[in-house]
Design a protein around this ligand. Structure first.
Ligand code: GDP
Length: 318
């Protein structure tokens, strides 16, 4: 990938896509292609075809997807399955047919069986049943990585797949019904501090464990693998920093400076008990993450406060 190659970042307004744009710009890549949903709806095959025919990217980072936390996944199964299948099928197929040199597909650690041995290795894929709350998203992502493998085998198309662990960072979704746990906790504790609330509700039992990776570390791994990996097997990308949800909530409470005690709402599902990725394959290639959870959490909270201040400052249009 040369600094003048045309690089399409699909999903550049999302958490991952925005981090990819930052990382590519910082690394000196000047010919970045992006498209908003209004310009090119990636669920629409004709629109995707027109985009590739006219813009002719040489490299593609496929970060566009319908994503969300446990509540969104569990309540909108049709959207998660259909939109993700549409986006990835349209983009991977068009990329191959329009002569893209290399494509990087982003999956998720939820593709692995609910009760996979920990830490989870790439070879554990399809060895057991999926976690029911996010199986729709997982099935779509498994189809995406299989599509990359199939196009490599049948057509020699250089498509690689990454399976990141739970991500967080600037640009995350803070909508409490749709978000993942970390932005949800930041918002809940922040609002509880301002309101002097008596308690903060954390979903589930607090005992599931999750591994968190800062999105800028993921973007760095994406660039590294685009340059250094051309294998058929998906590549796990994690931080090794695993924490119980209860302990995470306590950590966020302290970073935000909130006094309110935590109450666990056990009527909400826990999801998978644990999903720690084994990243020895990636480490062996020479990549390591750089942003610890405490540092990343402080930085993300600062970003969230800046966002709120900006929203207060901007004139309201509605
Ligand atoms: P998951 O990793 O796919 O299960 O996605 P999430 O990030 O949405 O949830 C991770 C864990 O955090 C689950 O056990 C949730 O029940 C728990 N959790 C606790 N409080 C919250 C919250 O306010 N929002 C979300 N999304 N999850 C929460």
């Amino acid at each position: 990938m040369n600094s003048t190659d045309s690089i399409f970042v699909a999903g550049h307004r999302g958490l991952v896509g925005a981090a990819l744009v930052r990382a590519l710009q910082a690394a000196g890549y000047s010919n970045l292609l992006t498209a908003t949903r209004q310009e090119t709806d990636l669920t629409n095959q004709e629109a995707v075809e027109r985009f590739f025919a006219s813009r002719k990217p040489s490299y593609v980072f496929l970060a566009a997807a319908r994503v969300g936390g446990i509540m969104a996944n569990n309540t909108r199964p049709a959207d998660f399955l259909t939109e993700n299948l549409q986006i990835q099928t349209n983009v991977i197929d068009a990329a191959y047919r329009h002569g893209v040199k290399k494509l990087l597909f982003l999956g998720s650690s939820c593709i692995y069986p609910k009760l996979a041995p920990q830490p989870i290795q790439e070879q554990d894929l399809l060895t057991g049943s999926l976690e029911p709350t996010n199986q729709w998203y997982a099935i779509a992502k498994i189809a995406g990585l299989k599509m990359c493998q199939a196009y490599r085998r049948q057509h020699g198309f250089d498509a690689i797949s990454l399976m990141p662990t739970n991500l967080y960072g600037p640009g995350d979704n803070f909508d409490l019904q749709a978000s993942h746990v970390l932005p949800a906790l930041i918002r809940k504790f922040h609002e509880a501090r301002l309101a002097g609330a008596q308690e903060v509700v954390v979903w589930g039992t607090g005992s599931p464990k999750r591994e968190f990776l800062h999105v800028d570390d993921l973007a760095s791994a994406c660039l590294f693998l685009m340059r250094n990996y051309d294998g058929e097997e998906p590549m796990n990308v994690g931080s090794g920093e695993e924490i119980e949800i209860g302990a995470l909530a306590e950590m966020v409470r302290q970073v935000v400076g909130c006094q309110a005690p935590i109450r666990f709402d056990t009527s909400v599902p826990d999801g998978t008990p644990r999903k720690l990725l084994d990243c020895s394959k990636l480490r062996a290639l020479g990549w390591t993450p750089g942003i610890g959870l405490t540092q990343g959490l402080r930085q993300t909270y600062a970003w969230y406060q800046d966002l709120l201040a900006l929203n207060d400052y901007l004139p309201r249009t509605a």
